[in-house]
Ligand binder design. Structure first.
Ligand code: PHE
Length: 451
C-alpha cells in the first residue's frame, strides 16, 4: 500500500470533529434514552458513567494508538504489529459488527428521514400524544416506507464515503454538530419547563440501586461502546488518519466528554416529556420518535424546530454511518485490492439488503423471532452487547500485553515530545481492569457466569 496516498486529517480540530462526528449520532439521541429508559434510568446512568471513564477512555486511546502507529485498516494493523499472531481476527469481527450496526442504524436514520418529511408537511401540529404514538406505529408497520427511507439514507452515506477522507468528513461536522447541540439545549429548556419535569429528571439522575442487574450492567457496557464507536476498529481506522504531531489522549478525552454530554442532554429533554404525556420510559426503540414530537406539536415555531432537529439528527447519523462504512470500504480497498468506487457500491448494496430485514422487522417480517427478538433487536443486541465488548476486551489485551508499555509510551508521547504522567494508570486499566471487567460483565450478563 502506498502510504503517501492515505489521507490525514488537516488539523487537530479536524480529528476531533471527525471522531466526535463518528461518536455522536443516533447512539446518543436515539439509543441512549431508550436503553436508559428500559434499564432503570438513574442506576443505568451511574454505571454508564463509570464504564465510560474506566473502560471507554482507555479502549478509545488504545484504538488510536494501534491506528496511528500502523496507518492501516484494523485487519492489516494487527497483521503488521503481530504478523504471526491471530489478532487480525479483531479486524474481521469489526467488519461483521460494521455490517450489523449499519443495517439497523440506517433503519433508524430512515425513521429520522420520515420524521423530516412529517415535520415539513406539518404532521405533528396539534396532535395528541396518542396520535403521535399511533403515527410511529402505523409508519413502522408499513412494509415499504421504512425500507425506502433506509435505502435513501444508505445512498447518502455512500456518496459521502466516495468523496474521500478529508473532503467527505471534516467539512460537514464542524458547523453542524454545534448547531445540533444548540437545538437540543432549546429542547431541554422546553422540557424542563413542563410542570412535572421533576419526575423525568429524577428518573434519569436518581439511582435506584435495587434496579441494578447483570443485564443492566451489560446494557450500559454495550451502550458505552456503541456510543463511543469503540470495540470494532472504527477508531483504529480513524486513528490511522491522525497526524503524528497530534495529541491522542486529549483528543480522546474531548470526544468522550462531548459524547457523554450530548447523551445526557438528550435524556434531559426526553424523560420529562415521557412522564408529562403519560408515556413509559420502557417504550423501547421508538422512544425518541414518540416523545419529542409532542413538544414540537405544542411549541410556537414547532414546525421549524422539528424540521431543524430531524435534519441535524440525520446529519449526526451520517457522520457516524460514514465511519462505519469506511471500516468496510477501507478493508475492501486495502486488503482485497478493490477500487474505492466498487468497494463502496458493494458494501452499500449488501448493507442495504441486510438493512431491509431490520426496516421490515415490524412490517413484513414481524413474525420472525430468534431468541425472542426481531431482526432489528437481534442485530442491535448482537452488535452492542456481544461484538463490541468482545472486540474492546481484545483490543485492551492486545495493547496491554502484546504491544506493551514501551511502544505505547512512544506512541502516546509522540516519541517523547509530550509528557505522559498517566502512563502507569493507563497500562493498569488496559492490562487488568478493562479486560477483566468486560469479561465478567459479559459472562454475567449473558447468564454464563454468576457473581
Ligand atoms: N457511535 C455512533 C453513535 O453513537 C454509532 C457507531 C457505533 C459508529 C460504532 C461507529 C461505530 O451514533
Amino acid at each position: 500500500m502506498d502510504l503517501s496516498k492515505r489521507g490525514t486529517f488537516g488539523s487537530k480540530f479536524g480529528i476531533i470533529a471527525a471522531v466526535a462526528g463518528s461518536a455522536i449520532g443516533l447512539g446518543n439521541i436515539w439509543r441512549f434514552p431508550y436503553v436508559a429508559g428500559s434499564n432503570g434510568g438513574g442506576a443505568f446512568l451511574l454505571i454508564y458513567l463509570i464504564i465510560v471513564l474506566a473502560i471507554g477512555l482507555p479502549v478509545m486511546l488504545s484504538e488510536f494508538i494501534i491506528g496511528r502507529a500502523t496507518q492501516r485498516n484494523p485487519y492489516d494493523a494487527f497483521k503488521k504489529l503481530s504478523p504471526n499472531g491471530h489478532w487480525y481476527i479483531i479486524g474481521i469481527m469489526g467488519i461483521f459488527a460494521a455490517f450489523m450496526i449499519l443495517a439497523f442504524y440506517s433503519t433508524v436514520a430512515g425513521w429520522t428521514l420520515e420524521y423530516i418529511y412529517q415535520s415539513v408537511i406539518n404532521g405533528f401540529k396539534g396532535k395528541s400524544a396518542g396520535e403521535i404514538n399511533q403515527m410511529f406505529t402505523s409508519f413502522n408497520t408499513n412494509t415499504l416506507r421504512p425500507v425506502m427511507w433506509q435505502v435513501i439514507f444508505m445512498l447518502m452515506t455512500a456518496v459521502i464515503v466516495l468523496g474521500g477522507v478529508e473532503k467527505g468528513i471534516e467539512k460537514y461536522t464542524k458547523i453542524l454538530m454545534p448547531l445540533l447541540l444548540i437545538i437540543i439545549i432549546i429542547l431541554d429548556v422546553k422540557a424542563l419547563s413542563l410542570p412535572d419535569a421533576r419526575e423525568g429528571i429524577s428518573f434519569l439522575f436518581k439511582p435506584d440501586f435495587s434496579k441494578i442487574t447483570p443485564n443492566v450492567i451489560l446494557s450500559a457496557l454495550g451502550q458505552a461502546f456503541f456510543s463511543l464507536s469503540i470495540g470494532m476498529g472504527t477508531l483504529i481506522t480513524y486513528g490511522s488518519y491522525i497526524q503524528k504531531k497530534d495529541n491522542l489522549t486529549s483528543s480522546a478525552a474531548i470526544v468522550i466528554i462531548a459524547d457523554t454530554a450530548i447523551a445526557i442532554l438528550a435524556g434531559v429533554a426526553i424523560f420529562p416529556i415521557v412522564f408529562h404525556f403519560g408515556l413509559k420510559p420502557t417504550e423501547g426503540v421508538a422512544l425518541v420518535f414518540k416523545t419529542l414530537p409532542n413538544i414540537f406539536a405544542q411549541m410556537t415555531g414547532g414546525t421549524i424546530f422539528a424540521v431543524l432537529f430531524f435534519v441535524l439528527l440525520t446529519v449526526a447519523a451520517i457522520t457516524s454511518s460514514i465511519s462505519l462504512l469506511e471500516v468496510i470500504v477501507a478493508f475492501f480497498v486495502e486488503r482485497l485490492k478493490m477500487k474505492r468506487i466498487n468497494a463502496t457500491i458493494f458494501a452499500t448494496v449488501s448493507v442495504s439488503y441486510l438493512g431491509t430485514l431490520c426496516a421490515m422487522s415490524e412490517g413484513g417480517f414481524s413474525n420472525f423471532r430468534l431468541f425472542n427478538m426481531n431482526f432489528f433487536n437481534l442485530f442491535d443486541n448482537t452488535a452492542a452487547k456481544i461484538l463490541l465488548p468482545l472486540g474492546g476486551c481484545l483490543i485492551a489485551l492486545f495493547v496491554g500485553w502484546f504491544y506493551g508499555k514501551d511502544k505505547t509510551w512512544l506512541e502516546i508521547s509522540n516519541r517523547g515530545k509530550l509528557k505522559v504522567g498517566y502512563l502507569n494508570i493507563f497500562m493498569f486499566l488496559i492490562k487488568y481492569i478493562a479486560p477483566l471487567a468486560i469479561a465478567l460483565v459479559f459472562l454475567n450478563g449473558l447468564g454464563l457466569f454468576k457473581f
